[in-house]
Design a protein around this ligand. Structure first.
Ligand code: ADP
Ligand code: MG
Length: 684
C-alpha cells in the first residue's frame, strides 16, 4: 500500500489491512485510533534478531534467530497436546511447538525438508531445545524481513508483536512525504531535523529511547508548539474586543485610605497593570503571582471595586469553603457602607436561599458574588458579569479556567491568582502567552519567619516551649507526613502524634487530615480559627491561602520528606498576622547532603521565587507544588525540565507566528497532537 496523500494519516486505523473491529478496540486501549497514532506510538526498544545462531549455541531464555531444515511435522490427535515441528541444522535438533494452531497453516509455513528462518525465545524441555509459538517463521527469500533489529512496541492484550508489526509497517514503511511546517533555515539554525526524517528514525533506529536524540527533539518541539499554538489561539479568542470599563477610582481610593496598612509598591504596580487592562478594549487574561502573604487578596478586591464602579458584577472564586468565606468576610468589611451588595454561594447553601441568589445575580441586584466552584455551575447566570477572579488557580484545571472565561460573556475580564511561583519557562506551557503580574515585595511589617532545625530525638525539649506559646495565647500547627502509622515507612503519623500531644495538652489539640469528610475538616478549622483549640495536628491538607492570624509556630516532622517549595508554603501558614512567626523543621539523624542543603536554603531565604528556583535545580519541575495538577500532563513526549531549551525556542517561535497563523500549515501539526478539537470545543 502506498500513501500518496498525507491526509491518509488522519484516517481511522481500520483503513489498514488486517485491522478489524476487534483489533481496533485493542488498539484504542493503546491510544491508537488514527493512523497517525501509530507514528506517535514509539518503540521503547529493539529486539536484535540480526544474528543467525546455530542450534548448539542457543542460549536459554533469549530471543534468537535460527536457520533450520524442517524434518518432521507432528500433529497429535489427542486434545491439549501441542503441535510439534522438528527441525535441524548441522549442529543439532530443535522442537518448534504450537498451542492452538491450525494444521494447514503450519504445513504452509513449515514445508517438509525446506530451510526456514525462525525467530523466538528458546527454552529447554526434557533436555531438548524448543521454541514455543515463535515470533517469526519465514522462508529464506524473506530473510531480510526478520533477520535484523526489530523495533519493540509496548503492546496490550490482544495484539502480539507480529500482528502489530504487520500493521505498523504499513505505515512506517510507506510514510507520506509531509511538507515540513518548519523552514529549512529554521531547522538549520536550531539543529533540528525534518519531520519526515525524525519519524523515520524514531521507528527504525534506537533514537526513540534517547530523549535528547535529534529525532526525538524534533518530535518534542512539534508537541510543544502544538500545545502553545492551542493555548495562544484560545487566548486570542479570550483577548478579543470587549467594552472598556469606565471608573474614576473614587471607590478604590476610598477603600485604600481606610486600610490599616499602606499598599506596597509592588501591589500598586500590579494594580496599575490590572487597571490598564480593565480600561482597554481587549479582554484581560492575567495572572497575579505572589508569594504566600504578599497581599494578593486586597489587590483583587480593589480591582473588583473598579469594575463595580463601572456598573458590572464581579465574581470571586476560591477552592475551599473556608477560604471563600474568609474572602467574603474581608469583602464585607472593605465594602461596608458603600451600598454594595455582596453574597456568598457554595454547594452548601440551602435551596431557597440559593434560588434567591440566582435570581439576584440574573437581575443584577448582586454586585459581588464570592464562593467556591459552585459559582460556575451552568444554571448560574449573570446580568452583566465584568470580572472573574480565581484564587489559588492551580487547584482548578485548564478546562475549568476556560469554562470560566466563557461564563462571563464577551465583556468579562479574567484575573487569576497563584502563590505557586511558576518559573517563566513554564508559564507559557501552562497558560499560553498569558499576562503575568508579579508581586515581588512583601508587606514591610511582615517579619521573616524564623526557621530552625532540630533532630527528632530531641523532640521532648519542645513541650516546655509549646506550653509557653499556648500560655501566651499563640496557636501552633504540627505537621506530619502520614495520616496513619505505616509498617513500611519510618515517618511520623498525624493520628499517633495527635494522641501523644493530646495527652500532654488535654482538650487543646485538634486533628485534621485528608481522609476526613470535608465538613468535618471545616469544623476543625473553624474551631482553630475561633481559638477553641490551640494546637492543630495535620497532614499537608490545609490550604495555604487561609489566614490564621494567631498561629505563629509551625512544627514540621520528617521535614526532609517534603520538597523545598512545599516547606516554604507550609511555613507560610504562620506569621501572617503581626506576630513573629517561627518554623521548626524536625529531622532524623543521618541527613543526606542534599537534605542539609535544603534546610540551609530555607533557613536563609523567605523568598518563594528564589526557593522555587532552587527546588527546580535540585529536583526538577515535577515536584514544584501544584505543578503536577496544573498541566504537565498535557505533554506526552516533552519534559519541561529535560527540554527546557526547546520550550524557550517554541515560545519565541509561536510569538512570532501567532498573528498571521497559516491555518493549513499548522492544522497538520495541531491534528497530529489532537489539538484541533480543543480549539473548536472551547468556543470562547
Ligand atoms: P496572599 O498573597 O498569600 O493571598 P493575603 O492577601 O491573604 O496574602 O494577605 C496576607 C495578609 O497580609 C492579610 O492579613 C492582609 O490583610 C495583609 N496585607 C496585605 N497587604 C498588606 C500591606 N501592604 N501591608 C501590610 N499588610 C498587608
Ligand atoms: Mg491568598
Amino acid at each position: 500500500m502506498s500513501f500518496l496523500k498525507k491526509d491518509f494519516i488522519f484516517q481511522n486505523v481500520n483503513k489498514l489491512k488486517g485491522v478489524g473491529p476487534q483489533l481496533s478496540k485493542y488498539l484504542k486501549k493503546k491510544r491508537i485510533e488514527k493512523i497517525k497514532d501509530i507514528l506517535l506510538n514509539l518503540p521503547y526498544s529493539e529486539t536484535d534478531r540480526s544474528k543467525i545462531s546455530t542450534i548448539k549455541d542457543l542460549k536459554i531464555g533469549k530471543i534468537q534467530t535460527i536457520k533450520v531444515q524442517v524434518k518432521k511435522l507432528n500433529f497429535p490427535r489427542i486434545r491439549n497436546l501441542p503441535n510439534k515441528i522438528i527441525c535441524e541444522d548441522e549442529t543439532g535438533k530443535i522442537d518448534i511447538v504450537y498451542f492452538n494452531s491450525r494444521e494447514s497453516y503450519l504445513r504452509k509455513i513449515f514445508p517438509l525438508k525446506q530451510w526456514v528462518i525462525i525467530s523466538g525465545k528458546t527454552n529447554l524441555f526434557r533436555n531438548n531445545f524448543q521454541i514455543t509459538n515463535p515470533d517469526y517463521v519465514t522462508n529464506l527469500d524473506k530473510i531480510d524481513h526478520v533477520v535484523k533489529n526489530i523495533p519493540k512496541y509496548s503492546l496490550t492484550k490482544g495484539i502480539n508483536e507480529k500482528k502489530y508489526r504487520f500493521i505498523s509497517e504499513q505505515v512506517t514503511n510507506n510514510l507520506p512525504a509531509i511538507d515540513d511546517w518548519l523552514s529549512n533555515e529554521f531547522l538549520k539554525t536550531n539543529s533540528l531535523i525534518t519531520w519526515n526524517e525524525a519519524i523515520k528514525n524514531l521507528h527504525h533506529s534506537d533514537d526513540s529511547k534517547k530523549n535528547q536524540s535529534k529525532s526525538f527533539r524534533r518530535l518534542v518541539f512539534d508537541e510543544i508548539c502544538a500545545n502553545f499554538l492551542t493555548l495562544s489561539e484560545n487566548r486570542q479568542r479570550i483577548k478579543r474586543q470587549k467594552q472598556k470599563k469606565f471608573f474614576s477610582k473614587n471607590l478604590s481610593s476610598n477603600i485604600i485610605n481606610k486600610l490599616a496598612f499602606r499598599l506596597t509598591n509592588s501591589q500598586k504596580e500590579v494594580l496599575d497593570e490590572i487597571n490598564a487592562d480593565l480600561l482597554s478594549d481587549k479582554r484581560m487574561f492575567r495572572i497575579i503571582q505572589g508569594d504566600v502573604g504578599s497581599g494578593k487578596t486586597i489587590v483583587s478586591l480593589l480591582s473588583i471595586s473598579n469594575v463595580i464602579e463601572s456598573n458590572y458584577q464581579c465574581a470571586l472564586m476560591a477552592p475551599t469553603e473556608i477560604l471563600a468565606n474568609q474572602h467574603y468576610e474581608l469583602a464585607k468589611k472593605i465594602f461596608q457602607d458603600k451600598k454594595i451588595n455582596i453574597n456568598f454561594l457554595t454547594g452548601k447553601i440551602e435551596k431557597k436561599e440559593r434560588s434567591k441568589i440566582l435570581e439576584n445575580l440574573l437581575n443584577g441586584k448582586i454586585d459581588i458574588i464570592i464562593g467556591t466552584h459552585a459559582l460556575f455551575q451552568k444554571k448560574i447566570k449573570f446580568k452583566n458579569l465584568g470580572l472573574v477572579v480565581i484564587d489559588e488557580q492551580h487547584k482548578f484545571g485548564v478546562k475549568q479556567r476556560l469554562d470560566l472565561a466563557n461564563k462571563g460573556g464577551k465583556n468579562c475580564d479574567l484575573l487569576l491568582m497563584s502563590a505557586t511561583p511558576i518559573p517563566r519557562t513554564m508559564m507559557m506551557s501552562l497558560y499560553g502567552d498569558m499576562d503575568v503580574s508579579k508581586i515581588t515585595e512583601k508587606p514591610s511589617i511582615r517579619k521573616n519567619i524564623i526557621t530552625l532545625s532540630k533532630p527528632e530525638k530531641k523532640i521532648n525539649e519542645l513541650w516546655t516551649y509549646l506550653k509557653k506559646q499556648i500560655n501566651q495565647k499563640n496557636q501552633v500547627f504540627w505537621v506530619c507526613p502520614l495520616i496513619n502509622e505505616s509498617n513500611f515507612l519510618d515517618y511520623s503519623s498525624a493520628k499517633k502524634k495527635f494522641d501523644i500531644i493530646n495527652r500532654i495538652f488535654p482538650n487543646k489539640v485538634g486533628l485534621i487530615h485528608g481522609s476526613m469528610e470535608k465538613t468535618e475538616k471545616e469544623k476543625i478549622l473553624d474551631k482553630f480559627l475561633n481559638r477553641q483549640i490551640h494546637i492543630l495536628v495535620s497532614t499537608t491538607v490545609i490550604e495555604v491561602g487561609i489566614d490564621f492570624p494567631n498561629a505563629n509556630l509551625i512544627i514540621i516532622e520528617n521535614s526532609n520528606k517534603f520538597g523545598l517549595s512545599q516547606l516554604h508554603q507550609l511555613r507560610g501558614r504562620v506569621g501572617r498576622g503581626n506576630k513573629q512567626g517561627t518554623c521548626i523543621l524536625l529531622f532524623k539523624d543521618g541527613l543526606s547532603k542534599n537534605a542539609i542543603e535544603r534546610i540551609k536554603i530555607l533557613k536563609t531565604s523567605n523568598d518563594g521565587f528564589y526557593i522555587a528556583e532552587q527546588d527546580l535545580k535540585m529536583r526538577g519541575y515535577g515536584d514544584i507544588a501544584g505543578f503536577q495538577q496544573s498541566g504537565s500532563k498535557s505533554y506526552r513526549f516533552a519534559d519541561p525540565f529535560v527540554h527546557q531549551d526547546l520550550f524557550k525556542l517554541a515560545e519565541n517561535y509561536i510569538l512570532k507566528i501567532s498573528d498571521a497563523m497559516d491555518q493549513k500549515k499548522y492544522n497538520f501539526l495541531l491534528k497530529l497532537f489532537d489539538k484541533a478539537e480543543i480549539i473548536n470545543e472551547s468556543e470562547i
